[in-house]
Ligand binder design. Structure first.
Ligand code: COA
Length: 169
């Protein structure tokens, strides 16, 4: 019997992981690393998000995320300033990836996923949970700890720690 090794039916699965990443934390990194195992390509989409008034500019947030994820060849970090579903379509992504840290994330995530599905039914939202030790981390909490002189080594990559020290010391 001849076994076909053709992979012409395999569709490359691209997932977009959006966020403000102000800055990227170990919690975000944990989600990306899990997604890297599941999908062929992961695009970390860094939102300009002027509404949130990020502490770091878009170039710095992208650069930090690229440094943190440099060891993952199937992961790209790209800035975006348009509708998330349009960005996903432009990049051939059929999946929006979101992290769920606690029940409190659920309501907002459910709303976001619902709106994105209404706008683009062909794009699926997939949720992953980070490792337990990252469930309480957020970018603003990490910034606050750093600003008040606390040790953030456990929560961020050394490059991000350096950037936090440069900003707050
Ligand atoms: N580890 C650590 N922290 C995490 C985390 C994880 N796994 N997942 C989320 N967080 C934190 C973030 O750091 C952030 O912290 P902060 O509020 O202290 O800054 C917080 O949780 C919220 O993160 P998130 O839900 O990802 O929000 P965001 O502001 O980073 O991103 C967008 C929101 C960009 C995804 C959303 O606004 C968007 O899609 N914008 C594009 C425009 C659009 O299409 N709008 C219509 C959407 S229906």
């Amino acid at each position: 019997m001849q076994v076909s090794l053709s992979c012409e039916h395999k569709t490359l699965k691209t997932a977009v992981y959006p966020g403000t990443f102000d800055p990227i934390t170990c919690g975000h990194g944990d989600i990306v690393r899990r997604a890297d195992i599941l999908f062929d390509r992961v695009i970390v989409a860094v939102a300009v998000n002027a509404g949130k008034q990020p502490v770091w500019g878009i170039e710095e947030r992208v650069e930090l995320a690229r440094k943190v994820l440099a060891d993952l060849p199937s992961v790209e970090v790209v800035p975006f300033d348009n509708l998330l579903i349009e960005f996903a379509k432009q990049h051939g992504a059929s999946i929006i990836l979101r992290g769920l840290r606690a029940v409190s994330d659920f309501e907002y995530e459910f709303q976001l996923a619902g709106m994105n599905r209404r706008l683009a039914p062909e794009i699926e939202t997939v949720f992953l949970t980070p490792a337990e030790q990252y469930t309480f981390i957020s970018s603003s909490l990490v910034r606050e700890v750093a600003r008040l002189g606390g040790d953030v080594s456990e929560f961020v990559h050394p490059e991000v720690k350096k950037a936090l020290q440069a900003r707050y010391n």
